[in-house]
Design a protein around this ligand. Structure first.
Ligand code: SF4
Length: 659
């Protein structure tokens, strides 16, 4: 099978010149806006927009300090005058071939000679030409419009008329129309202003598409010259596809494999790198022998002189570009910021420093201006795809920085490759948002690579899962009942608290949280608390760990023994009243008795005369029987400070309690 790239594919002289002019202004730090899209190529327009280039429709949309760039199509004279009247600086990137037409029609105007333009009156180039005509001007773009013109201009049949042609007009169609023109307008002066780049491109596309079973035409869908190329190819080759980038190369592999020859051509606004990407994608789709394709690719692109690898040393860093001295080249090299790294947020000075040696790819050369536009990003990406493919095979963990949150996931850049991580594979912890990952370093596995479509998919979750597996394995190796851990409370449920004890979760059952009955774990612990726990039991097979939390020393009777010896004055709460006294709570689950004789310093009929359930009072602990779990309390002892009285009281109380 043969794959052939048309030699004239890609940027024409005029487009190259316009792009270089814009780039130069950016490099000088100027504020740049273009009157309309600089070229009919979405990707290039987006790229320039990222560097700060704005698109305006009329000069009055420009802002103070802007330089207005006139694109290669040119503009009507009145627009230039308007720019100057508004006081804006103008960078005229009108292609010299278009300017030549402006000059022709201006001369015709001076002599008041009517002008016919073979071209589309809605195309900016034709509008620009019309805007230079002061005499009568007529247009036609096809047979129907030509017939209409002939019908309406009978008065011109024998008059002097000048005819010019839109630079990208269909060469063979124009030849056909000429027969009619010459026959009707007997005094016509013809200026064949079709650009040689267009002629060559169309002629080559015509020959190539006749030889090819499949034709790929690359270019902007709104580009006039690309559309013409497509029409020419489609006439000769039924399987002709118009695409803007390699991502749209969604062809039937069976059809491709049957083809003896696949032809590729591209419009004047198509960057060489996109053509190369299409070529690489074809290689992947067809799964052909890599070397033969590489050789073919190199051979086919040689004539474009724009895809060589070079070695350079960083000489200067500016906000918009990195300037490089290229080994073996006289031209000065520069890397635009968006060709430096795949991370759109990265700053040049964080990536390279003066003196760094770099492998670079030539994107575009401009011999007239002596510059070479270079890309570091694409060389890195080439290596990056190898690394990523290996990582997929070896299940390696890669590290990347999250640069974007997009619909359905995030983008993490690693080794100059943008890896898509779907939302379902991006977050590990509950409540974690995609936005919280932005600009953070993340570790992930590659789970899918399609180099042809430049698609790489990753999973953070699978790394986390693997890490958890390792932690679990280590944990089970060393786990034993009673082993203590310091953990963090992760969540609470009605039946317990889940605690992270170092990458693995265990549960403290609600009954294990306190020696007393509680209604909810939050009465004892809260999410985020650091807690000391120990393993009560575990089931390695089911992966379940039960944790203990409450300690013997926290048992209420132990606390009492430690902190409430006889003689202690405690604040207690009355919990019940009987005929012989009042029971009061000292600690949860521990009540003591205040005998009726110990409630007051004078005789009372019944406890209710002085106390009510719920009252909080101060009472002295006068006796504790640990064996029988009985405690005597006295309010009176605090009122009658007489040792003898207290002793008597204690004896009485103990006796009554025992009853
Ligand atoms: S196609 Fe020809 S006329 Fe048009 S911009 Fe390119 S070089 Fe100039």
């Amino acid at each position: 099978m043969k794959i052939e790239v048309a030699k004239t594919s890609g940027f024409c002289f005029g487009v190259n010149r316009a792009i270089n002019k814009v780039q130069e202004l950016l490099d000088k730090g100027k504020s740049v806006c273009t009157l309309g899209e600089i070229i009919h190529n979405k990707q290039m327009v987006e790229k320039l927009s990222k560097s700060g280039v704005r698109i305006i429709n009329t000069p009055d949309e420009a802002e103070k300090g802007d330089i207005i760039v006139i694109r290669s199509h040119g503009v009507p004279l009145a627009v230039k005058e308007e720019i100057s009247r508004l006081g804006f600086e103008c960078c005229d990137a009108t292609c010299p071939f278009v300017s030549k037409i402006h000059n022709i029609v201006s001369k015709a105007s001076e002599k008041n000679i009517p002008v016919i333009i073979a071209g589309d009156k809605n195309h900016p180039e034709v509008q620009g030409i019309m805007g230079h005509c002061k005499s009568n001007v007529f247009t036609f773009k096809n047979q129907i419009e030509l017939e209409e013109l002939v019908k309406n201009t009978k008065n011109l049949y024998n008059e002097e008329v000048w005819l010019v042609v839109q630079t990208t007009f269909d060469v063979s169609a124009f030849k056909n129309y000429l027969k009619t023109i010459k026959k009707v307008y007997t005094n016509v002066k013809i200026f064949d202003t079709i650009c040689s780049a267009t002629t060559d491109r169309q002629e080559e596309a015509n020959i190539l598409s006749k030889q090819s079973d499949v034709m790929i035409v690359i270019g902007g869908k709104n580009s006039s010259n690309t559309t013409k190329l497509y029409n020419i190819c489609k006439n000769n080759c039924k399987q002709t596809y118009l695409i803007e980038t390699a991502d749209e190369l969604n062809l039937d592999v069976a059809v491709l494999k049957k083809a003896a020859c696949i032809g590729i051509t591209a419009g004047a606004s198509t960057p060489a790198i996109i053509i190369k990407e299409v070529f690489n994608t074809m290689k992947e789709i067809l799964n052909e022998n890599e070397q033969s394709f590489e050789e073919l690719l190199e051979e086919s692109l040689k004539s474009m002189n724009s895809d060589d690898k070079v070695h350079g040393v960083v000489a200067r860093i500016t906000p918009n570009a990195v300037y490089v001295e290229v080994e073996g080249r006289k031209q000065s090299g520069f890397i635009p910021l968006d060709e430096l790294s795949a991370d759109p947020n990265a700053k040049a000075e964080d990536i390279v420093k003066v003196g760094d040696e770099l492998d670079l790819l030539i994107m575009r050369t401009n011999d007239q201006e002596g510059t070479i536009m270079l890309s570091k990003k694409r060389v890195d990406a080439n290596k990056g795809w190898d690394i990523i493919s290996e990582a997929l095979q070896n299940k390696e963990v890669l590290t990347g920085i999250v640069t974007d949150v997009i619909k359905g996931g995030i983008i993490a850049v690693t080794n100059a490759i943008r890896v898509f991580i779907p939302a379902s594979q991006a977050t590990v912890n509950k409540g974690e948002t995609l936005e919280s990952l932005l600009k953070k370093e993340v570790k992930f596995h590659i789970i899918e690579v399609n180099r042809a479509k430049r698609k790489a998919v990753g999973s953070i979750r699978s790394v986390a899962k693997e890490q958890k597996k390792e932690i679990m394995a280590k944990f089970w190796e060393t786990a034993e009942i009673g082993k203590k851990y310091t953990g963090k409370v992760k969540s609470l449920t009605s039946y317990g608290a889940f605690v992270d004890i170092g990458g693995i979760d265990g549960m403290i059952h609600i009954s294990e949280l306190s020696w007393t009955k509680i209604k909810h774990p939050s009465e004892v612990v809260n999410v985020g608390d650091t807690v000391e726990v120990y393993i009560k039991s575990f089931d390695a097979e089911k992966g379940k760990i039960s944790l203990g939390y409450k300690k013997d020393e926290d048992k209420p009777w132990e606390v009492l023994k430690r902190e409430y010896p006889v003689g202690t004055v405690a604040e207690v709460q009355i919990v019940s009243l009987t005929s012989f006294g009042a029971f009061a709570r000292i600690l949860p689950t521990i009540d003591g008795l205040i005998h009726i004789s110990q409630i007051s310093d004078h005789r009372i009929e019944k406890p209710q005369d002085v106390l009510s359930v719920g009252d909080k009072v101060k009472a002295k602990i006068t006796a504790i029987d640990f064996e029988k779990k009985k405690i005597s309390l006295s309010i009176r002892a605090l009122l009658v400070n007489d040792e003898e009285t207290q002793k008597t009281v204690t004896d009485e109380t103990t006796e009554k309690t025992a009853e």
